[in-house]
Each structure stands twice: as structure tokens, then as C-alpha cells.
Design a protein around this ligand. Structure first.
Ligand code: CA
Length: 220
């Protein structure tokens, strides 16, 4: 198929940000602090954070699930777009990175909107279901270890209400998913999930070449 997606040069990317990014100063500061950390590559881009906040607004999200919180940028971006009674359950295993997240959530005044659950997210998703959380979430963001993506997808799908929206990050994996030479566990897991979602009639589907590739899956 012929290429229909624009390749962004650095100049064009800067232009895109210049005419569209509305990043609050606190989020910019969190992004700059995270950029100095060892796993900085795990941070989402600011335009992706803004896009996810817009998605949350569009569907009137009140209950949000996040799998993979890191230093809290995406949760903060979305929290700022939620109504006063909006809540996020944020799942992560790392006490150090989420300590940074907590600090910024507090400074932004949204700490009471975000419940951080430390521990393996597969267990947390099971616990949420056991607590009666099935079909109660409006919006879910999956951005954690790739080998467990299928489990996160199934867990999040069970937790989403009908019409709820899931955003899955890194689905193009720097292009590795289209490279047959790449057979490592992460790439294989992403490739398998992408193929599965293509045929999954439980969702409406769109895969967008935003940042490292994001899948939007709306629960039918
Ligand atoms: Ca990611």
C-alpha cells in the first residue's frame, strides 16, 4: 500500500507542538524532571498526553484505569481533564518512579483523584474485578510491560463499561512489529495483540501512528 502518513521532520514536529501544545507549566516541569531519569524513554510525549485528556473529555470519563504509571505524566494530564468527582486507579510496581508521580499529583491538587495501587497489575485488575469493578470504568490506558499486554487488555476490557475506551501504547514499537527479524518477547507480544485486536469483534478499533503507535479500542 502506498504511504499515506506524513513523516515528521524535526522542524515539522516543532511546528506541530508550537501551534497545538497547551502543556501546563507543572506538566512541563514533570516532563523535564523525568527526562533526567534512567528510564526517561518510557515517558509519553506531551501531545499524546494532551490527546488522551481530550479523549477523556470527549467520552465524559469519570472513572479511569491506568496500567503503567511511571512518573505520573499521563495520569496527571488526564486527571486535570476529569470532572471534580473523577477518579483514576493507577497501577505500577515501582515505588521510586511513582514517588515522583505522587509529588506532582499533590502539587497539582489532584492527589485525591488518583488512587495508586502498587503491585503487579495483573493482580490489581483481578482485585478490581473481585471488588465489583467490572463494567464500571469509562477509560483505560495500557502502558506497562509488553509481555503482559494481553492480560492487561483482557482485564481492562472486563473493567470497561460498554462504550468505554481503551488506549494501548507502543503498539508500533519503533517499527519492530513490522520487522520479521525481531522475534524478542516484547515485540512478539505486541505483534500478537495487534493481530488479535484486528479480529476482535468485542471492540471498535483504530490504530494511530501517534508517538510510538497507539491503539484505540472502544468496548462494544
Ligand atoms: Ca509507553
Amino acid at each position: 500500500m502506498s504511504r499515506q502518513t506524513l513523516t515528521l521532520s524535526d522542524d515539522l514536529y516543532d511546528y506541530l507542538l508550537g501551534v497545538s501544545l497547551r502543556e501546563p507549566p507543572l506538566l512541563a516541569r514533570l516532563r523535564e524532571e523525568t527526562a533526567e531519569m534512567p528510564l526517561a524513554v518510557m515517558q509519553i510525549s506531551p501531545e499524546q498526553g494532551q490527546f488522551m485528556a481530550l479523549l477523556a473529555e470527549l467520552i465524559g470519563a469519570r472513572r479511569v484505569l491506568e496500567v503503567g504509571t511511571f512518573t505520573g505524566y499521563s495520569a496527571l494530564a488526564v486527571a486535570l481533564a476529569l470532572p471534580a468527582d473523577g477518579r483514576i486507579v493507577a497501577c505500577d510496581v515501582n515505588e521510586d518512579t511513582t514517588a515522583v508521580a505522587r509529588r506532582y499529583w499533590a502539587e497539582a491538587g489532584v492527589a485525591d483523584k488518583i488512587e495508586l495501587r502498587l503491585g503487579p497489575a495483573v493482580d490489581t485488575l483481578e482485585a478490581l474485578l473481585a471488588e465489583g469493578g467490572g463494567e464500571t470504568f469509562d477509560f483505560a490506558f495500557i502502558d506497562a510491560d509488553k509481555v503482559n499486554y494481553d492480560a492487561y487488555y483482557e482485564g481492562a476490557l472486563a473493567l470497561l463499561r460498554q462504550g468505554g475506551l481503551m488506549v494501548i501504547d507502543n503498539v508500533l514499537w519503533s517499527g519492530a512489529v513490522a520487522d520479521p527479524e525481531r522475534q524478542d518477547a516484547d515485540t512478539s507480544a505486541l505483534r500478537a495483540l495487534n493481530a488479535k485486536l484486528h479480529d476482535d469483534q468485542r471492540i471498535s478499533l483504530s490504530l494511530l501512528p501517534v508517538s510510538d503507535g497507539i491503539t484505540l479500542a472502544r468496548k462494544r
